[in-house]
Design a protein around this ligand. Structure first.
Ligand code: SF4
Length: 321
């Protein structure tokens, strides 16, 4: 059974229109997305800034409300729970953020910050057990337990991300949504955090939804990858297969931006015209058509549906009948 099943999820935000703010338009941040995650699996979610991936990551764990669709976690639709019931389920799904500093209370020591998560879910019966558990968590993420009485500003960016991971891990979740967790870090530190996440996954059987704009990072950690454009999934596949032979023109352009170590590589950069269009007025037909180098007549009018290609790939593009 899947740990998480997302069925036709939509997140639309109202925005006011006109000088007097009369009338409403909607940002189609997530526009009919379906996928699943198995226990212990890492699903990468990749796309440019503004494509809706962060909103999707937050909607999956109900940090932003969904407009339509179902979010089945262990078979239970968490999008329909009362606030009280949702709070009691939160222990099972956690999030780590791009900027751990903004998610850590600067007035709390590391001990208090991680201990707070234990207290909320009543996971430590007394102070001694709480301290013991925090020490163990700090060791698990590669930090020195003797630094538990320090404040977040006394740590480097990579160490702060480790604290954020320890805090998420404290409540023994089954799923962690990782929202660009390494994009603010130096490349060498990025590798350390990715390896730490992999080790923790092996040790605890965690599942990750790993959100990032960098396909090279996503490929390294993910079992499968979803490529998102303007609120929709345009391609899905097993990680190595998708990166070896991308099908969708958008995936090809993202991959062409990844530096290649092999000097004999023939890969050339595909530059896309313009930015991601406004999700308030998405283009007709294929939402990618104004930027697609392979667009043809019907791309402007017909919306391509996701189709299976072989046993492990799906793509939404008219080039694949
Ligand atoms: Fe490009 Fe057309 Fe395919 Fe869209 S459907 S990605 S516009 S070729």
């Amino acid at each position: 059974m899947n740990l998480l099943e997302i069925q036709n999820l939509k997140v639309h935000f109202p925005v006011r229109k006109g000088l007097l703010g009369r009338g409403k338009e909607f940002v189609h941040a997530v526009d009919g997305v379906t996928f699943n995650i198995a226990p212990g699996e890492t699903l990468g979610l990749v796309g440019e800034s503004g494509c809706g991936k962060t909103t999707l990551g937050r909607a999956v764990i109900q940090l932003v409300p969904s407009t339509h669709g179902r979010i089945l976690f262990n078979g239970e639709d968490i999008s329909r729970l009362s606030a009280t019931d949702l709070r009691s389920r939160r222990q099972r799904f956690q999030m780590i953020f791009q900027d751990p500093y903004s998610s850590l209370n600067p007035r709390l020591t590391v001990l208090e910050c991680i201990g707070e998560a234990l207290d909320i879910h009543r996971l430590a019966p007394d102070r001694a057990a709480r301290r013991e558990r925090v020490d163990k968590l700090l060791k698990d993420v590669g930090l020195d337990p003797s630094h538990a009485d320090r404040y977040p500003h006394e740590f480097s960016g990579g160490q702060r991300q480790r604290i954020g991971i320890a805090r998420a891990l404290a409540v023994q979740p089954q799923l962690i949504v990782c929202d660009e967790p390494v994009s603010a870090l130096d490349v060498s530190v990025q590798a350390q955090i990715i390896n730490l996440l992999k080790d923790l996954q092996d040790a605890h059987g965690l599942a990750y939804l790993f959100v990032a704009h960098d396909l090279a990072v996503v490929e390294h950690i993910s079992h499968r990858i979803l490529v998102m454009y303007l609120g929709r999934i345009v391609e899905e596949g097993e990680s190595k297969s998708l990166c070896r032979s991308p099908l969708h023109p958008y995936t090809r352009s993202l991959l062409s931006a990844v530096p290649v170590v092999d000097p004999d590589s023939k890969r050339s950069r595909i530059f896309l015209a313009g930015d991601v269009p406004s999700p308030i007025h998405p283009p007709s037909g294929c939402p990618f058509h104004p930027r697609c180098p392979m667009a043809e007549g019907r791309c402007k009018t017909e919306v391509p549906q996701l189709k299976s290609i072989g046993s492990d790939r799906t793509v939404a593009c008219h080039l694949f009948p």
